[in-house]
Design a protein around this ligand. Sequence first.
Ligand code: GLU
Length: 430
Amino acid sequence: MSVKTVINEMSKEQQKEKESLNLYYSTQTVIQEALNKLGYNNEMYELLKEPIRLLTVRIPVRMDDGTVKVFTGYRSQHNDAVGPTKGGVRFHPDVDEAEVKALSIWMSLKCGITNLPYGGGKGGIICDPRNMSFRELERLSRGYVRAISQIVGPTKDIPAPDVYTNSQIMAWMMDEYSRLREFDSPGFITGKPLVLGGSHGRETATARGVTICINEAVKKIGKELHGARVVIQGFGNAGSYLAKFMHDAGAKVVAVSDVYGGIYDPNGLDINYLLDRRDSFGTFSKLFNNTISNKELLELDCDILVPAAISNQITEENAANIKASIVVEAANGPTTLEATKILTERGILLVPDILASAGGVTVSYFEWVQNNQGYYWTEEEVMEKLEKVMVSSFDNIYQLAETHQVDMRLAAYMVGIKKVAEASRFRGWV
Ligand code: GLU
C-alpha cells in the first residue's frame, strides 16, 4: 500500500470517527434540551448523557485459511432503571465506540416512546461480513457472545439483529449462550428464526412500523398514500420490506438505492423484480446501467422520502434541496440536527428515527414475552399489537410537538427520556 493510500485510508477512518462523535454529541444536546423542557436538573443530565456501562472486547477468530484474526467488539448499556437493556448488534467496518454509545442511548429513547419495559443497549463488531464466509461469521458470532456473556442475559441485556446481522446470527448467538449457561435460553436474544422461538412478524417489523408512521403522517398533512411518490434510500431489511408495503398500498415507489447507487423511474419501479434479484446484503444496483448516486436520490422530486440506510445523509448541505413534504427516518440518525432545523423551517414533516424505526424493538419485546411464557401468538395478533403501539406513540409525540411548538424529534426525545428519568428518580439514583 502506498503512503498516499495509507493517508487516504486514515482520513476516511478519522472522518467516520468524527461523524460518530458528532452524532453522539448531537444526541447529548437534544437530551439536555428535552430534560430542560421537562424541568429536570443537571444531575439527571449527568446520569443520562452517557451509557452506564461500555464493554470493549477483542475476539480471536480462526479464519478459513487457518490464520487467526482478532476483531474488536462493543456492548453499550445506556440505562437499566426501567428494566433490562435491549438493542441490536451490528456487524460493520465503520462500527466505533461513539456510534455504539449513541445507538444505545437511542434504544433507551425508543423503548421509552413505545413504553416497553426496557432500557437501551447496543452492540457492534468492527468487521465486514460481506467478505467473510458462513463459518467465519459463525465463529465470530459465538466468540462475541463468549466475550460479553458476563453482562448479558434474558433479564439483564437482550441483543437483537441490526445492520448486517440476521436470524441465523441470532440463532448461533442463542445457541452459544444456552451452552454457556447449560440451559435453553430463547429469551436471551430476539430476531431468532421461528423454529427457535422467533416471533411471527419480527422480520418485517421495522418496515411495518415505518409504514404505520407514514400512514399517520400522510393523514396529518391531509394527503393520501395511494398514488404518493415515495423515494427510499437503502434496500436492507427495513428499506426492502418498506418498498414492498408501499407498493402494496398503492403508493408509487419511484426510486430506491443500495450502498453503490440507486435507480429512478418517475412512473414507479417494479419492486417485486428488485426483491427477487437483490442479494442477501440488499444489493441490486449492479444489475442496472442507468444508476443515480445516493446523493442525487435524496433530492429527487417526491412526496415521501425515507432514508433507510446509514447515518448523516441529510445534512446542512442538502437539506434545502429536499423536495419531499414528509421525511420518515427508517435508519438510525440519517438527519443531522442542523438539517432537522432546516427541514422544520421549510415546513417539512420529519418523523424521527427513534419513533419511525421503533417497530423492530416492539416486536422484539413481543418475541421475548412469548419466550418467557412459552406461548406463541399468530401473525395477526402480533400485527394488531404493533399497530396499537405505533399509532399511539405517533399520536402522543405529534400532540406534544404541537403543544410545545417543537419539532417531532425534540418531542420524541421528551417522551423517551422522561420514562428513563422517572424510573431513575423513583429508584433514588438522582
Ligand atoms: N436493531 C433494532 C433497532 O435499532 C432492533 C433492536 C431490538 O429489536 O432489540 O431498533
